[in-house]
Design a protein around this ligand. Structure first.
Ligand SMILES: Cc1cc2nc3c(=O)[nH]c(=O)nc-3n(C[C@H](O)[C@H](O)[C@H](O)COP(=O)(O)OP(=O)(O)OC[C@H]3O[C@@H](n4cnc5c(N)ncnc54)[C@H](O)[C@@H]3O)c2cc1C
Length: 419
């Protein structure tokens, strides 16, 4: 039976961040990955010279957990302009990512003067230090908006599109506290695309490992034997380890470890090529009128942000659909998507070339209230778990969970952590 100090199961950003931290403390680590690629839910497909990320995604290049895990500068991050363009039927409203811009939007006819005071109270946690930000009972976004008396156009045509854009939330059931954390992270951070695509993030983590990731290994079972470490059953044989970290997606983690499965958000993304970009802006355009007017929630000319997402002379547009509750992911048709994009960008989309589309029914955990940060990663007797379902449903959350799992393994094995 093959042996190692630690087996990390899954080469998503959680598993890779974990493996790297363990290796830095001198342990022998094997990373076992089922697929042929590192990154799991983070990745980029190269199609005819276009870089299509595995869905509409960006990295918060200013987030402390991202900066702790990767060399952000080496990713050459190209910032997304903070804010969003509300593509109203009566004209565009540009909402730059600031409180002053939000107030100006309300004054532009989307709300009443009293809405300003209500919104300021609703966003009060953002102005508190992090430790006090999460004080008090959590609730859904819908409950928090009801309590603050926020309704009408500001709720439906500004806040809802924003929640779809950032949380793929179509039912307002996301945790209010999680939303506040996410909004603070956006405000303090820097949403960006790596110049060469999101795949650059896990690639960098994997290249930093002493031992290459072992691809094509499907882990079928993990068992503890008290005092003797952990046995890992794979489709190619058995591996023994002093400790194992299950860093798979939440559903697989659940079947390997018997944990509860979080409900997951779904979304689908379409990628189109055009010689003439519909805008030069580096901000997402959102559909403020909701799913009744078409399937597309928001769209972005990604090559305006990171030109190397498209070959010379071409541009790449990504468009995202967030299903309404009870509807399957990815049921929208190409004709519906083109028609909606024509409305959003006020241009003819009939000659745009379809480059790719992908649908994720399990993109990330829903983050329903109550928000629980830092779920247990040490399951006892040498078995550990990491992944976005242990922290916040995001790339920084997954990375943080990996580093927490690594610290717990080092403590269990009595190994000194790297100072
Ligand atoms: C379309 C989309 C858009 C997103 N947008 C953003 C965004 O803009 N910003 C953001 O911060 N987050 C975003 N996210 C969420 C983010 O990508 C995830 O939260 C994060 O990548 C989860 O990482 P992970 O390592 O926990 O899990 P995963 O990425 O799921 O990695 C798990 C790995 O385990 C492997 N594996 C599974 N089972 C086995 C097995 N039995 N044996 C061996 N290996 C196995 C898988 O192949 C995979 O490589 C998005 C996700 C999606 C899908």
């Amino acid at each position: 039976m093959d042996a190692t100090d630690v087996a990390v199961i899954g080469a998503g950003v959680a598993g890779l961040a974990c493996a790297r931290a363990l290796e830095q403390s001198g342990l022998h680590v094997r990373v076992l990955e089922r697929s042929a690629r590192v990154g799991g839910r983070v990745g980029t497909d190269l199609i005819d010279g276009f870089r299509c990320d595995r869905g509409f995604q960006w990295i918060n290049a200013g987030h402390p957990d991202v900066r702790a895990a990767v060399d952000v500068a080496a990713l050459n991050p190209r910032p997304v302009e903070p804010g969003m363009v509300l593509a109203h039927p009566d004209g565009y409203r540009i909402l730059h990512g600031s409180q002053a811009a939000l107030i100006a939007t309300i004054r532009s006819g989307l709300g009443q003067p009293q809405d300003i005071a209500r919104l300021l109270r609703w966003t009060e946690p953002l102005r508190k230090p992090p430790a006090r930000m999460l004080a008090g009972a959590d609730m859904t976004l819908a409950e928090s908006l009801d309590r603050h008396g926020i309704s009408g156009r500001i709720r439906e045509e500004v806040l809802r599109p924003f929640f779809r854009l950032v949380f793929a939330d179509e039912d307002l059931r996301t945790s209010y506290q999680f939303a506040m954390l996410g909004m603070q992270a956006l405000r303090m951070g820097m949403p960006a695309l790596p110049a060469l695509g999101m795949q650059a993030v896990p690639n960098q983590l994997a290249l930093g490992l002493d031992h290459p990731v072992e691809h094509g290994i499907d882990v079928l079972g993990v068992t503890r034997s008290t005092g003797e470490g952990v046995r890992i059953l794979t489709d190619g044989g058995k591996i023994s380890a002093r400790a194992a970290v299950v860093a798979t997606d939440p559903t697989t983690a659940s079947s390997l470890l018997g944990l509860g499965i979080p409900t997951m958000r779904g979304l689908s993304t379409w990628w189109f090529a055009t010689e003439v970009p519909p805008t030069t802006m580096k901000m997402p355009f959102v559909n403020p009128m909701g799913p009744a007017t078409g399937p597309i929630s928001h769209a972005l000319v990604v090559s305006n942000i990171a030109p190397r997402y498209a070959p010379t002379g071409q541009h790449l547009v990504s468009a995202c659909s967030v299903p309404t509750p009870g509807k399957d992911v990815g049921t929208e048709t190409e004709a519906e998507v083109r028609a909606q994009l024509a409305q959003i960008f006020r241009t003819d989309t009939s000659r745009w070339g379809l480059v790719n589309r992908n649908a994720h029914s399990a993109a990330w955990p829903t983050a329903r209230p109550p928000l629980i940060l830092g779920r247990e990663v040490d399951l006892g007797d040498g078995l550990f778990v990491a992944g976005d379902h242990r922290e916040t449903p995001s790339i920084p959350g997954a990375m943080r969970s990996g580093q927490r799992a690594a610290a717990a393994v080092l403590e269990e094995l009595g190994e000194p952590a790297k100072p």
